[in-house]
Ligand binder design. Structure first.
Ligand SMILES: *[C@@H]1O[C@H](CO)[C@@H](O)[C@H](O)[C@H]1NC(C)=O
Ligand SMILES: *[C@@H]1O[C@H](CO)[C@@H](O)[C@H](O)[C@H]1NC(C)=O
Ligand SMILES: *[C@@H]1O[C@H](CO)[C@@H](O)[C@H](O)[C@H]1NC(C)=O
Ligand SMILES: *[C@@H]1O[C@H](CO)[C@@H](O)[C@H](O)[C@H]1NC(C)=O
Ligand SMILES: *[C@@H]1O[C@H](CO)[C@@H](O)[C@H](O)[C@H]1NC(C)=O
Ligand SMILES: *[C@@H]1O[C@H](CO)[C@@H](O)[C@H](O)[C@H]1NC(C)=O
Ligand SMILES: *[C@@H]1O[C@H](CO)[C@@H](O)[C@H](O)[C@H]1NC(C)=O
Ligand SMILES: *[C@@H]1O[C@H](CO)[C@@H](O)[C@H](O)[C@H]1NC(C)=O
Ligand SMILES: *[C@@H]1O[C@H](CO)[C@@H](O)[C@H](O)[C@H]1NC(C)=O
Ligand SMILES: *[C@@H]1O[C@H](CO)[C@@H](O)[C@H](O)[C@H]1NC(C)=O
Ligand SMILES: *[C@@H]1O[C@H](CO)[C@@H](O)[C@H](O)[C@H]1NC(C)=O
Ligand SMILES: *[C@@H]1O[C@H](CO)[C@@H](O)[C@H](O)[C@H]1NC(C)=O
Length: 799
């Protein structure tokens, strides 16, 4: 029964994936005046890589069909809809069958809709001499060009590469034409379901420096790449790694600055490599690489590293923090704006529970002036503050109180006032800690006079709560018996009912964490067994992740692999139930600001445990299973710090996936083996590479990729430091300073050498996971490793 339901669920998902493919109908690459494009016809570039036609965004927020259609260019050969250019971004059409993309009498490429006199969209070429042999051609680069005749050597009079949307493709010059003064912009989509221009854009620094900046609302700069240094941008040294192979780079970067123009361009040597840079809807500049092995886009680079750095990402009156995932918390006196519908999008921020009384016409309210709530521990004060001449905190407070538009103040010798909604409060970075005083209506901060009222109200509330809790407990006991019997049925996976999971998790109230794929909740079965329930959100990627998890770890049991207890696949709901890990994920312990430091011996045991889990995955099961996403976030720790490899959403047994699953991956060389990018066969040695990168982080207690634009020196790259120190025998100086040198030097030396072996460029030179275990156990000697090749590249760029 369980099995049957599960397979029928899988089957419906497979059908869903297949229905993605479209049949080629209009397979030429050229559009002429008397052959308009309509309905489901499309142009296909000569090499078949790109297609142009009408599409509907597959964005999750659409929740079905929005009825809106756009003309766009997408990758024609991959099953995941990936649009790289949109013509009518802000002016959708509603019926492709009665619309035409054609060359108009004036030689423009236009989008026409029946009964409308004016084109919905036009290429707006003004200098085109009317000529009835004008054609539009979709090139192999993904560039749509308009030419005055079909002869391929004639010049383009218009090209989509000059009118970017959110995507920069290889071969496109991205910069400024110094003669015309035109600067190209990459402008984000508004939402995954809406290609109209969003708030975020990337462009060459408008002040003339040779760096790229991300702007919010075309005005506020919140990230810069750092100046071009000759082979990379100062703040993004990982972008210079040229695919991990200096001798035969599969793609190259260049930045050209001359009298006519300044631009950046990247090129691929192998046309089969799909790579794209995009300004995503939540304000990050990201480079994605298509990986055939997993049928997914993998994140190769993203900036800013911290999502909290994106301007206004949490909206007004909300505090941003990013431990493992971004989270936004409303300030006291504010609650979440109901327009925040999508859990990943909090940009609408929070609203006041009670309006300010200042300026209120109601005289009874006006008597009780607004007050201030002190918020401490803010690492970064919002910008746009105005200074005043107040010299003490009381004057500063009255200065704010006396102006009804003043929303907050800060005093530490000078008085700062804010006159607009407070945005960009954050506490995720180590910095000077500030106090900020937020203005609230007096009723939000009750004084002693009111306390009596509150007491009475409190008693009433407590009374009511006791009664209703009693009722709930009775109900709970009743249903609990049923769940208990399901759970104990046998050792195999439990197919939970949705209502059971609602009950187990108290209707999803205790959130343990959230990722781009969904949220994890704490639950209790039979009052004793604690479980973690992952609720996958967003239709398609949820299903892929779900399938991958269930089919890889559903039937595997190993002390160092997270145990899946059950699942729920009902309607569009996808949930997974795991054993609960009270100590959270490894990254919280390694990089978190609070909590005790993991001792060296704990670290060593964790490294060993992970290696054993992976060795079992690679060799112990019937089929070799690759995890594909080894990083500290995906290692969970039980009550005694035994590590469990978790999150099998990308595991290689399963063919398909969705790009969003990986959006939390940090940095380029983060954990990704070079062969993902250079097109060699992917083997379990890719996991060994990621393991090695993680081992460096376990040793150093810092993320490998930690530089920010200002301080970014490639020489700080930790694996490189170790590789250089190893021959001198001084690696202990590089240990996590929090350990204060308290570590077994033999183990440290072994771990450092091993980590260097794990990240060798050539997969064959890396040890297998079984050998890793043997080395860590001291059963197998480890030789001095050569410096991995791409680390040498980092070294070179210092000169
Ligand atoms: C689209 O083109 C076809 C064929 O040329 C033509 O019959 C039809 O009227 C056109 N429709 C619009 C809306 O221009
Ligand atoms: C073309 O020009 C029209 C009229 O000036 C304008 O409304 C439209 O936005 C322009 N289209 C593009 C794609 O620039
Ligand atoms: C169209 O214009 C191009 C360039 O102006 C010219 O070379 C070509 O002969 C013209 N074709 C026709 C049919 O007029
Ligand atoms: C271009 O226009 C000329 C004269 O106006 C006509 O003879 C010729 O057939 C047209 N060519 C095309 C391709 O429409
Ligand atoms: C295209 O133009 C080139 C030079 O302008 C010429 O040599 C070639 O014959 C033309 N080809 C066609 C098919 O017209
Ligand atoms: C029209 O202007 C564009 C850019 O200003 C130029 O590249 C193109 O060659 C011009 N076309 C003609 C036919 O003059
Ligand atoms: C986020 O939500 C706001 C409304 O709350 C909407 O305007 C905006 O487009 C959304 N952004 C994304 C990326 O979904
Ligand atoms: C980047 O270049 C600009 C101008 O070329 C210069 O003013 C600026 O100081 C440079 N920034 C850094 C961080 O070196
Ligand atoms: C964006 O900037 C424009 C002017 O540049 C301003 O009118 C608009 O209010 C700004 N949008 C937001 C959301 O602040
Ligand atoms: C601050 O400046 C205002 C006018 O600009 C003045 O009225 C006020 O007295 C000044 N306060 C102090 C403390 O200097
Ligand atoms: C409040 O402060 C703002 C910003 O400084 C100013 O424009 C406005 O005139 C002030 N209002 C009053 C009533 O002082
Ligand atoms: C006040 O804050 C500023 C910036 O927030 C800081 O530079 C300064 O050192 C602080 N002054 C004192 C006395 O803490």
């Amino acid at each position: 029964m369980v099995t049957y339901r599960f397979y029928s669920c899988i089957l419906s998902m497979i059908i869903l994936v297949l229905s993605f493919h479209e049949s080629p109908l209009h397979a030429a690459d050229t559009l002429t005046a008397n052959q308009p494009l309509s309905g489901n016809q499309k142009l296909v570039s000569q090499d078949g890589k790109f297609a142009l036609g009408f599409f509907q965004p597959a964005g999750i927020a659409a929740g079905g069909s929005s009825g809106k259609w756009y003309i766009g260019i997408w990758y024609n050969k991959i099953p995941v809809q990936t649009v790289v250019w949109v013509a009518n971004r802000g002016t959708p059409i509603y019926d492709p069958a009665s619309s035409n993309l054609t060359i108009s009498a004036d030689g423009n490429l236009v989008l026409l809709v029946k009964h409308l006199k004016i084109p919905v969209w036009s290429s707006n070429i003004t200098n085109n001499t009317v000529n009835n042999s004008t054609v539009a051609v979709l090139l192999d680069t993904g560039n749509l060009v308009i030419r005055q005749d079909s002869n391929t050597s004639s010049n383009a009079i218009w090209q989509s590469f000059d009118h970017l949307t959110d995507t920069l493709l290889p071969g496109c010059k991205f910069g400024r034409n110094k003669v015309t003064g035109v600067t190209k912009h990459q402008i984000s989509w508004k939402e995954p379901s809406d290609p109209s221009p969003g708030m975020f854009s990337l462009q060459l620094d408008l002040n003339g420096a040779n760096q790229y900046t991300l702007l919010w609302n075309n005005s506020v700069e919140y990230w810069a790449s750092g100046n071009w240094t000759g082979n990379s941008f100062a703040g993004t040294p990982e972008m210079s790694a040229s695919g991990g192979d200096t001798n035969n780079p599969r793609y190259t970067y260049q930045f050209i600055d001359n009298d006519q123009e300044a631009y950046f361009m990247y090129s691929v040597k192998d046309d089969a490599l799909l790579i794209r840079n995009v300004v995503d809807v939540l304000g990050q500049s990201q480079t994605w690489v298509w990986v055939d092995a997993v049928q997914a886009w993998l994140l190769y680079f993203s900036g800013p590293k911290s999502k909290c750095s994106v301007y206004g990402i949490c909206g007004a009156y909300s505090k941003c923090s990013e431990d493992t995932v971004l989270s936004c918390t409303c300030l006291k006196g504010f609650s979440e704006n109901p327009t925040n519908r999508n859990p990943g999008n909090r940009t609408a921020g929070c609203r006041r529970n009670v309006p300010l009384q200042c300026g209120s016409s109601d005289s009874s309210k006006a008597k009780d002036p607004d007050r201030f709530y002190m918020m401490s521990g803010v690492n970064q004060l919002p910008d746009d503050a105005q200074g005043t001449n107040a010299t003490n905190i009381n004057d500063c407070e009255s200065a704010c109180l006396n102006n009804c538009s003043c929303t907050a103040y800060h005093f530490n010798g000078t008085c700062l006032l804010w006159y607009s909604d407070i945005v960009n409060l954050r506490d995720d970075i180590d910095d000077v800690v500030h106090n900020i005083f937020i203005r609230l209506a007096a009723s939000e901060l009750p004084d002693s006079r009111r306390d009596k009222h509150w007491l009475i109200i409190g008693i009433i509330i407590v009374g009511l709560t006791v009664v209703s809790t009693g009722a709930a407990i009775l109900y709970f006991l009743h249903v609990r018996r049923r769940i208990h019997s399901i759970y104990c049925a046998d050792g195999s996976l439990v197919n939970f009912r949705y209502s059971d999971l609602q009950l187990i998790t108290r209707n999803f109230t205790k959130r343990l964490g959230a990722g781009s794929f969904g949220s994890v909740f704490k639950g209790t079965i039979s009052g004793a067994t604690t479980v973690a329930v992952k609720r996958l959100e967003g239709l398609r990627q949820g299903e892929k992740e779900f399938r991958a998890e269930v089919s890889t770890i559903g039937n595997i049991h190993h002390i160092n692999l997270i145990q899946l207890l059950g699942f729920c696949c009902r309607g569009s709901k996808r949930l997974l139930v795991y054993e609960y890990m009270p100590n959270g994920s490894l990254d919280q312990h390694l990089f978190g600001k609070s909590g005790p430091t993991l001792s060296w011996s704990t670290r060593y045991h964790i490294a060993m445990g992970i290696a054993k889990g992976l060795a079992y995955l690679h060799e112990g099961c019937r089929d070799c299973i690759m995890h594909c996403d080894i990083k500290p976030q995906n290692i969970l720790l039980d009550a005694s710090f035994v590590p469990k490899v978790a999150d099998f959403g990308l595991a290689k047994l399963i063919g398909h996936d969705f790009s969003r699953v990986l959006t939390s991956m940090r940095g380029t060389l983060g954990y990704l083996a070079p062969e993902w990018l250079s097109g060699q066969a992917i083997t379990s040695k890719a996991d060994v590479f990621s393991y090695g990168m993680m081992l460096f982080e376990i040793i150093s207690g810092k993320r490998n990729m930690e530089h920010e634009a200002s301080t970014g020196s490639p020489g700080d790259f930790f694996p490189l430091l170790i590789a250089e120190e190893l021959p001198k025998g001084e690696v202990c100086t590089l240990l996590d300073p929090k350990l204060a040198g308290d570590a077994n030097p033999k183990e440290v030396d072994r771990a450092c050498k091993l980590a260097c072996w794990c990240i060798q460029n050539h997969p064959d030179r890396r040890p297998s996971m079984r050998e890793v275990v043997q080395i860590l156990e001291g059963l197998k000697p480890v030789e001095m490793p050569p410096i991995p090749r791409y680390l040498q590249l980092f070294g070179d760029s210092e000169d």
